[in-house]
Design a protein around this ligand. Sequence first.
Ligand code: GLP
Length: 251
Amino acid sequence: MQRIPDTPFPTFLVETQESANALLADEITALLSERSGRLVLGLATGSSPVGLYAELVRRFKEDWGDLSFVKTFNLDEYRGLPTGHPASYQTFMTKHLFSKINLGTEHVHFPPTEANDFDAACAAWEETIRSAGGIDWQLLGVGRNGHIGFNEPASPFDSRTRRVELAESTRAANARFFDSADEVPTEAVTMGIGTILEAKRLRVLAFGETKAEILASVLRGEDDSSIPLNALRRHPDTALYIDAAAAARLG
Ligand code: GLP
């Protein structure tokens, strides 16, 4: 692994996605032991974290034993999908992680997707994060347009958990998880950028050629606050891990 020079926040080129996954799993292992298992994790979906979740499951089976005191908060969820829809983020997390480790079900949290008073439900959800002591370690992926969670371009850096409309480019990028492009919801709920920036550590994975263009504009460009990924410049403990395909346009 090699640190890429002259980037606005720590960015590492990894030889393989597995090496990034092992490194992040090592961090979680160390935190679990420091906190005697009482860890608060912020989790992400998409294709980037799949290998990390497989590695966490492997370690759980090998030597972690008990994760029943770990609390999790997922970044985002689609709105309007029925419970159990194969493309929902709850289904994704159940499949890749939650069904394979022994989290307490009462410790797993997703932002609200339906409520009479949606703003109040989002505020209550943020209060749940605060009363858990805040997020110790937050995983993020990067959208092709630079989104984090479902904070699309031009989301304010002080935004909180809220309902959002998805960019057409995001719906197109995520159509691969649905039977047809029309089925992709137009709305979602996401932790805000301000919420994300309150996590104690941010760890970001961006793999593959579809991320090369946005990474070049963030890592080699001006501090453009309309691109959510640039919010990472405002966090004291952040690290981005990218593979050679994602780094292809850095020059
Ligand atoms: C979705 C999620 C994001 C994620 C992004 C990238 O849009 N809402 O949180 O970062 O996908 O996904 P991938 O890792 O598949 O490129």
